[in-house]
Design a protein around this ligand. Structure first.
Ligand code: NI
Length: 186
């Protein structure tokens, strides 16, 4: 089932999310629906507040053709594995530790339509992700997955990528965001 994606200006996107306490059938269905919604919108990640739920849950699916060489192999629970082997990811209560070199990369967001911007973030991440079946994945990765994990986990703290652009870019961005807000109110 397709869910509606909350858009910029909706207060739920600004609230830190509550941890998921237990996994039931309803949550499994939510995971399936979030993936379906993300695929339909041609995104690679979606966080629960983007479908109106203030809980710490995220789905990610990074397609093969978006991989860049060596970053397509990641470390999962101490073993090197192809990134695709853990996709799609549906997880709750993530713990993230970004590290490494700060890098610029262009980001967009399904909740901030039509706006893409350069965002600086560390280029690697160590993450502890709990899947809905209780399995814990300890991941060490770079590339697009590291970027996507940071972007999605920001959503769980009520943060958007637009908060992280450089102060110079913020001036232009502020105007575009204001327009976006007006468009949505019409
Ligand atoms: Ni987003």
């Amino acid at each position: 089932m397709l869910l509606s994606i909350t858009q910029y200006g909706d207060p739920i996107l600004r609230v830190p999310c509550a941890p998921v306490e237990h996994v039931d059938l309803e949550l499994n269905t939510l995971g399936v629906n979030m993936l379906e919604t993300m695929y339909a919108a041609e995104g690679i990640g979606l966080a629960a507040p983007q479908v109106g739920l203030s809980i710490r849950m995220v789905v990610i699916d990074i397609p093969e053709d978006e991989e860049e060489g060596e970053t397509s192999v990641i470390v999962v629970n101490g073993e090197q594995r192809p990134m695709r082997s853990i996709m799609p990811l549906v997880f709750i209560n993530p713990e993230l530790e970004p590290y490494g070199k700060q890098e610029f990369c262009t980001e967009g967001c399904l909740s901030v339509r039509g706006i893409r911007s350069q965002v600086m973030r560390p280029n690697r991440v160590r993450a502890k992700l709990t899947k809905l079946d209780g399995t814990v994945l300890e991941i060490d990765c770079g590339g697009l997955l590291a970027r996507c994990l940071q972007h999605e986990c920001d959503h769980l703290e009520g943060r958007l990528f637009t908060d992280r652009v450089s102060s110079a870019a913020k001036v232009t961005l502020a105007k575009r965001l204001k327009n976006l807000l007006h468009m949505q109110q019409d």
